[in-house]
Every structure is written in structure tokens, then in C-alpha cells.
Design a protein around this ligand. Structure first.
Ligand code: GLN
Length: 267
């Protein structure tokens, strides 16, 4: 795996052995297992082989931790990223009991479901255009028994939402410029769904739509919280300002990148 550019080959091999034997990494480290059966050994070699060919660990193991919860993932959805937790934090901080929150491009549902798990006093609508992504979100919603709190919708953006119905609109939309997709790491380029990455020629296609959607679906004074790609925050701020949003600002992620853009819908 080291030869195939896997960053932490030893740790990942331990996690994959744990996956095959159904043991935690600490149980693997404590060597709480006997000699491997031929079947286990075959399965271990097969997952090491998949990982060596670039398949992300999260797709092989079938889950990723996000905001301290495990979410089921497969290749129909983007693997949740730690920087996206900022969206959840901000939505949780800024919402009031009874608020309706929209999560657009929900993918695995990690954002909407994490908000719901943190705040049982909120209602959420999570939408995605991809039916196969929504199936993943549905599995996650069921595993946390959030059916009554989170509604899932197959829709392009906010098209199915009522005007002025949302207190908060949150989204981590596809934001990679089309021409940059083939420069991404192999793991992303070959395995993650292009539809969840491709933000059009300038990477801004979905922000334009979200600015329009936000103006229509948010209540006056409602909050828009968007994840931004590297170097996109200024363009998003301008777009939101031109669309009638005020009190605009950005928040940086742990790497110092302006990662989240926040604004309120003015009168
Ligand atoms: N909301 C999901 C996430 O943040 C999916 C985002 C997407 O598909 N662009 O992981």
C-alpha cells in the first residue's frame, strides 16, 4: 500500500484487518486474534488489493465518522470531510427551537442527520438530485431513527420547497471546476461520484443556484450557510451580496482556508 501512495499504510492495514475480523483497531493492536483462517486471509488480501488500487478506506469498510457519528457510505455519495463539520456547528448554533432547516445536496445525509442528532427541537428537509445518494441518506436516517425529524426529497436544489419556509439553508454543493476534476487525487477522481464534485466550468454553478434558491425559500432574516471550495469565498460573498444577503462573513477551517460563507437574507 505504501508503494501505491496510501498515506498511513500500517494504520490502514490494521483497520482493514479489523474490518475482516470484525474487531476494533485496539483489539488488533492487542493481538486479540488467533491464526487467520484461509478465508479471512483471502478476504484480507482482497481488501488490501482494493485499497492499493486507490479505493477509499471508507467505501471498503462502508462507513465514515462525521461529527462523532458513523455514517454508511458507498460510491454513490461523497465521503464526509472533517471540514464540513463546520456547517453543522454553525447551523446548530444559529437555529431556534421549531426552525425548519434545508440541507441541499445532502449526499449521505451526514449534515442534516448530524444537525438532527444534536437538536431534537428542529425539523429538517434534506434534498439531493441523485436517487442513489438518497437511498444512502435513507439508510443513515433509519439507523438513527430520525424519520419523523428529517424529510428526504429527490429534488434539484430547493425546487420542491415552499417560498419563505426555511429559517436556515445549509449546503455543501459540488464546487470543483470541471477541468480540475482530472487533477484530483486518484482516490477522489476514480472513486467518488463526479456528480457530487462537479461545480461546472467555473465551479460556481451551484452557488448561483443556491443564492437564487435561498432568496426564494428563506424567511426574511433567515441564514444561508455554504461550504466553499479553496479560493471561492470572495466570489460567493459577492454573489450572495448581489442576491440581497447581508451580514456576510467567512469562517476558516483548521487548515486556515476560508471554508464556510454565512449570510442573512435582508428585507
Ligand atoms: N452534504 C454531503 C457532504 O457534505 C454531500 C455533499 C455533496 O454531494 N456535494 O458530505
Amino acid at each position: 500500500m505504501r508503494d501505491q501512495c496510501v498515506d498511513q499504510p500500517k494504520m490502514e492495514a490494521q483497520l482493514l484487518l479489523g474490518y475482516v475480523l470484525n474487531l476494533s483497531r485496539s483489539q488488533i493492536l492487542a493481538e486479540m486474534f488467533g491464526p487467520l483462517s484461509t478465508e479471512d486471509l483471502d478476504r484480507f488480501h482482497s481488501v488490501i488489493d482494493r485499497r492499493s488500487k486507490g479505493e477509499p478506506l471508507a467505501y471498503i469498510r462502508g462507513f465514515k465518522e462525521f461529527y462523532s457519528h458513523n455514517f454508511y457510505v458507498n460510491s454513490s455519495v461523497l465521503i464526509p470531510r472533517p471540514e464540513t463539520e463546520l456547517l453543522v456547528e454553525q447551523a446548530v448554533l444559529r437555529s431556534k427551537p421549531g426552525d425548519l432547516i434545508g440541507d441541499i445536496c445532502t449526499g449521505s445525509g451526514c449534515v442534516a442527520l448530524s444537525i438532527a442528532l444534536a437538536r431534537s427541537d428542529l425539523q429538517l428537509i434534506a434534498s439531493d438530485i441523485s436517487l442513489s445518494a438518497l437511498k444512502v441518506a435513507e439508510i443513515n436516517r433509519r439507523s438513527y431513527t430520525l424519520e419523523s425529524q428529517v424529510k428526504l426529497l429527490q429534488a434539484d436544489g430547493c425546487e420542491a420547497l415552499q417560498p419563505q419556509s426555511l429559517s436556515i439553508l445549509v449546503s455543501n454543493p459540488p464546487y470543483i471546476e470541471t477541468s480540475h476534476i482530472n487533477t484530483l487525487q486518484r482516490e477522489i477522481r476514480l472513486f467518488e461520484p463526479g456528480i457530487a464534485l462537479d461545480g461546472g466550468d467555473d465551479g460556481m454553478r451551484f452557488y448561483r443556484k443556491l443564492a437564487d434558491d435561498g432568496r426564494r425559500c428563506l424567511k426574511t432574516g433567515g441564514t444561508i450557510i455554504l461550504e466553499a471550495g479553496f479560493g471561492q469565498s470572495d466570489a460567493i460573498l459577492k454573489l450572495l451580496s448581489d442576491s440581497g444577503f447581508i451580514k456576510l462573513h467567512c469562517m476558516r477551517d483548521l487548515s486556515g482556508i476560508e471554508r464556510v460563507v454565512i449570510g442573512e437574507l435582508g428585507d
